[in-house]
Write a protein that binds this ligand. Structure first.
Ligand code: SF4
Length: 342
């Protein structure tokens, strides 16, 4: 590992000033991804600004509108998953957190860091290979290499890496936002505007500028009558990234029609993938097979597969139908009854 300077910040302002002063500085929080990347010489900051002592841990509820959870960026995944309002009002967030990492990692990893985690593309993590995200202009070894786990939506000829966060998918479906503090002050960025598809600059992954720090997440609560969940399809039952995932929330009226629908996909896009067209198709409709299949078609519209990952298009469609159908029937996606707080 390359040597680096280490600074421990006592306040948000101190942290931002320390990072902004050095173009090669980076923040360190839970470190569950970052330290691995440093060991592999993929990520080589000259200075690490340790933010673990900042007062950015905990969840507060604001009761404006339908209610908003203001979550400190250093709150751990486990702490957020265990919060009462997440358990009762945001099952899709709880399920995304619980399926997003092993218990050990959930106790270390912060929610802010989770949103910024780097792709699991094997070439990104191997400095001996071509990778436009790690080393701009070198090419993309995944295009003609191993790409079974890679994206089918939002890709470009320069990068097809999948965004790895489960939490980001659930938060995108909820219209959550991040609050950031930077050298020029504070601002809020809706999650729908936060991530960047690769285009010709795959190394630019989000809207943060150098020195900006995510301080809080703002997560709107679902109405009490909403049904929501997170379905993650993967090669094994734990400690694995999604082949396809679906975060969804429905409010179904007494006459059986869908009053409101929220839908986002993970595991298939270069960024967490919201599908407004599918939500439109669902609104006002009865959730019969034809409607669910039409929503699934719309959700994967524009998807482009390569030899090893084209299966994700059909898999993604089936996952959408399965998740929406389960919510409409008040069941788990595997057919079990959906209980309180799930
Ligand atoms: Fe790098 Fe993206 Fe290609 Fe993977 S898919 S090798 S991250 S450019």
């Amino acid at each position: 590992m390359r040597s680096f300077a280490y600074v421990r910040a006592g306040t948000v302002e101190e942290a931002v000033a320390a990072a902004a002063a050095d173009p090669e500085a980076a923040y360190l929080a839970g470190g569950t991804t970052q330290v691995d990347l440093m060991r592999d010489e993929v990520f080589r900051p000259a200075r690490l600004v340790d933010i673990t002592r900042l007062p950015l841990r905990g969840v507060e509820r604001r009761d404006d509108g339908g209610g908003v959870l203001v979550v400190g960026a250093l709150t751990t995944m486990e702490e957020l998953a265990a919060h009462g309002d997440v358990t009762t009002r945001l099952p899709l967030v709880r399920e995304a957190l619980l399926r997003g990492a092993s218990p050990q990692l959930r106790h270390m990893a912060t929610v802010g860091g989770n949103l910024l985690q780097r792709t699991r593309c094997r070439y990104y993590r191997d400095p001996s290979t071509a990778c436009n995200k790690r080393a701009p202009g070198t090419g993309c070894a995944a295009l003609d290499g191993h790409h079974r786990m890679h994206a089918v939506l939002g890709t470009s000829p320069h990068c097809i890496a999948t965004h790895p966060s489960d939490l980001a998918v659930a938060l995108l479906a909820l219209d959550a936002a991040v609050r950031v503090h930077g050298p020029d002050g504070e601002r809020a960025v809706p999650l729908g505007e936060f991530y960047r598809t690769p285009g010709s600059t795959p190394h630019v992954e989000n809207a943060l500028t150098h020195g900006e720090l995510i301080t809080h997440l703002e997560i709107p609560l679902l109405p009490p009558e909403a049904r929501s969940g997170y379905l993650k399809v993967r090669d094994r039952a734990s400690y694995e990234f999604a082949l396809a995932s679906v975060a969804a929330a429905l409010v179904v009226d007494e006459d059986g029609r869908i009053r409101s629908a929220r839908l986002a996909l993970g595991g298939v896009g270069t960024v967490p993938w919201r599908v407004p067209r599918a939500e439109e198709l669902l609104r006002g409709a009865r959730p019969d097979d034809d409607v669910l299949r039409a929503a699934a078609e719309a959700a994967l519209s524009g998807a482009e597969g390569r030899p090893d990952n084209a299966f994700k298009i059909g898999l993604g469609r089936r996952a959408v139908v399965r998740m929406l159908g389960a919510l409409a029937r008040g069941e788990e996606p595997d057919g079990a009854a959906r209980g309180e707080g799930r």
